[in-house]
Design a protein around this ligand. Structure first.
Ligand SMILES: [Zn+2]
Length: 282
């Protein structure tokens, strides 16, 4: 991870203090605390004010701890100034049985989330814990960054919805974000949203044989699914760039999308696969 030297404000201090590891953790396991430190750095990167990806308490992040548990943002934390105590460590098994226990009242969800904590003194996990649980269960997914980018929301909140994201404008967004995002219509955050995503994730895996790089939630935001923390950040930054470029094309007659055969060629090109691996490792 390269910290942007032009970063200002409290978030840039945190980037200096925390080392963003360049390791692929699927090969070399990290201890849970190192993962937590890297998750803090990812959160600060996503919350940099200049990036306009989240403000205030928006968004949340998570990471697989590699031992049947994962770290997820605690309810009420802010990504921009989050520290160790802003995260909760929860058990996959407990979240799974909570999801399977049928229709739940808000109180039952709250109690169940507290029950899922590995350390019961930690804060209540985010209401989006279910969404993170589902994403972290996908093959090759270890790090999640969920944001509400201004640029992406300008499109997701428009009459076009997520439709423009299924077409492509330039090679780097194909390489980084994949050719097919998973699209979910608006559902209020919480268990109901997770249920809507669960079904679609299973269908996506059946259709494409791999995990999506991003989930677009109508009138809500973006979820980046990374094998590494850097990949989760890069997917988010590239989706933001795609959205800004798309919006700009409407000032000049509208988007000139790449033909599907070029998209397929770029997606399959060996050197692009090589670049993708390099980017994910950085
Ligand atoms: Zn959200």
């Amino acid at each position: 991870m390269r910290a942007n030297p032009s970063g200002t404000g409290p978030t840039s201090k945190c980037i200096i203090n925390h080392n963003f590891s360049d390791k692929d953790h699927t090969k070399e396991p990290m201890d849970a605390n190192a993962i937590l430190q890297e998750l803090i750095t990812l959160s600060h990167e996503l919350a940099r004010e200049s990036r306009h990806l989240v403000i205030l308490g928006e968004g949340n992040t998570s990471a697989d701890a590699g031992d049947g548990t994962f770290w997820v943002k605690a309810s009420g934390s802010q990504l921009g100034n989050i520290a160790e105590n802003g995260f909760s460590r929860v058990s996959y098994e407990a979240v799974k049985s909570l999801m399977a226990s049928g229709p739940l009242s808000e109180e039952q969800v709250e109690a169940g989330l507290m029950e899922a904590l590995v350390d019961k003194t930690q804060r209540k996990p985010s209401v989006e814990t279910f969404l993170h649980y589902l994403c972290l269960q996908q093959p090759d997914v270890k790090w999640i960054g969920h944001t509400h980018p201004v640029s992406v929301l300008q499109i997701l909140c428009s009459k076009l919805g997520a439709e423009p994201f299924s077409r492509h404008l330039f090679p780097d967004e194909i390489v980084m974000c994949g050719t097919a995002p998973l699209v979910v219509p608006f559902v209020a955050p919480g268990l109901a949203l997770a249920e809507a995503i669960q079904d679609r994730l299973a269908k996506y895996q059946d259709q494409y044989g791999h995990s999506p790089k991003m989930i677009l939630m109508g009138n809500h935001g973006l979820v980046a699914l990374g094998k590494t923390s850097v990949e989760a950040l890069n997917i988010t930054l590239m989706a933001d760039k795609f959205a800004r470029i798309l919006l700009g094309t409407y000032a000049l007659g509208g988007p000139n999308y790449l033909p599907p055969e070029d998209v397929e060629r770029i997606d399959n090109r060996l050197d692009e696969n090589y670049r993708r691996r390099l980017l994910a490792a950085k």
